[in-house]
Design a protein around this ligand. Structure first.
Ligand code: AMP
Length: 326
């Protein structure tokens, strides 16, 4: 070997390893009614929105979920094309996919769940493929808390960060299982009404204190068009939501938020509190795109430039100069 060869061998540039994300959650059909229109049986599900949003930041996303034989195969291929691996997506041919129907009130911030058909989710036993082991980030999207904890237990090593999203349905149907899950995670994301329900406190500050005592070190409370709050120890950070001219369908906004949040953390591979503040802005950005069209339509049609432009809009929205009298 020449001296040059040996120098090149010694000083090969270190290509940084891309962090991997495992996403767990529903992949579903949704029927949605808003004051502006209706859409029947479109593709939805928490894990769908999370994976699509995260795919703009990271190309090592590994999905764990279950669908029935009625789920269109081309949707799975579309996810694959966006860098989402689906080895952990089980297809139960003779069963039906999870189905959810919701109706939004005029304020578009509140909704009624009209139907939740668990279908294939009822007997779901999540498998963690060998290629998903050693993942760096785990995003537990909204689904049965027992499935969320089963996935944590089936990973050989604890990921750097475990984020869990849940909703009132699980707080009411499986409170004990949810309590176990809370003890195992780092970040909990819920909306304001759910934070109040989970803690029994009206004040979100008091609610956050109580929830942080139950396990997670970080709590994100999403407030729809009123932004999001990040609580950690005695610190609070607030990110606004972008005032948008048109909001068509808020479905999946919370999941798109979670996808942008975890995607950005994985891309930067930095889980400090300061970086989480930036991640919340990226999460809010993805949520702002999500609501502009029905279902996942907008989320699959944006570019990286669109994202950066919108992040700039967020920066401009909250930037001001003020001189405080000493
Ligand atoms: P979000 O608007 O962010 O709360 O998420 C809406 C998505 O969550 C829809 O696409 C539904 O398919 C899914 N979803 C609704 N209810 C549940 C539930 N109980 N468990 C899991 N996913 C659900």
């Amino acid at each position: 070997m020449s001296i040059l060869d040996s120098i090149q061998k010694t000083f090969q540039p270190q290509v940084p390893k891309t962090s991997s994300i495992v996403v767990v959650g529903t992949v579903a059909f949704d029927s949605i009614e808003t004051p502006f229109g209706k859409s029947d049986r479109i593709i939805g599900g928490a894990a769908t929105y999370i994976s699509l949003a995260a795919s703009y930041f990271n190309k090592n996303i590994n999905l764990i979920s279950v669908v029935g034989g009625d789920f269109p195969k081309e949707q799975i291929l579309l996810m694959n094309a966006r860098g989402v691996k689906t080895e952990g997506l089980q297809i139960i041919e003779d069963e039906k996919s999870f189905f959810w129907k919701g109706s939004y009130h005029l304020d578009m911030n509140t909704r009624d769940t009209l139907i939740t058909d668990l279908n294939v989710l009822a007997g779901f036993d999540p498998k963690v493929p060998e290629s998903y082991q050693d993942c760096d980030y785990l995003m537990l999207g909204n689904l049965t808390p027992t499935i969320q904890t089963t996935v944590i237990n089936r990973l050989r090593h604890r990921p750097k960060l475990i984020v869990l999203d849940t909703m009132n349905f699980w707080m009411e149907h499986t409170p004990k299982e949810l309590a176990v899950a809370l003890e195992m995670i780092d970040v909990l994301t819920i909306n304001d009404a759910e934070a109040r329900e989970l803690s029994g406190e009206y004040s979100l500050v008091k609610a956050a204190k109580k929830i942080l005592e139950r396990g997670p070190r970080y709590l994100i409370i999403k407030k729809g068009e009123h932004g999001a709050l990040l609580f950690h120890e005695n610190n609070v950070f607030f990110a606004p939501a972008l005032p948008l001219e048109e909001v068509f369908d808020p479905t999946g906004a919370g999941d798109a938020f979670a996808g942008g949040f975890i995607g950005y953390l994985a891309q930067t591979d930095d889980i400090s509190y300061e970086n989480m503040k930036r991640a919340i802005i990226y999460g809010s950005t993805m949520a702002s795109f999500c609501v502009e069209k029905f279902g996942t339509e907008r989320l699959v049609s944006i570019t990286e430039d669109d994202i950066e432009e919108r992040v700039q809009d967020f920066v401009d929205l909250v930037q001001f100069d003020i001189s405080l009298v000493e």
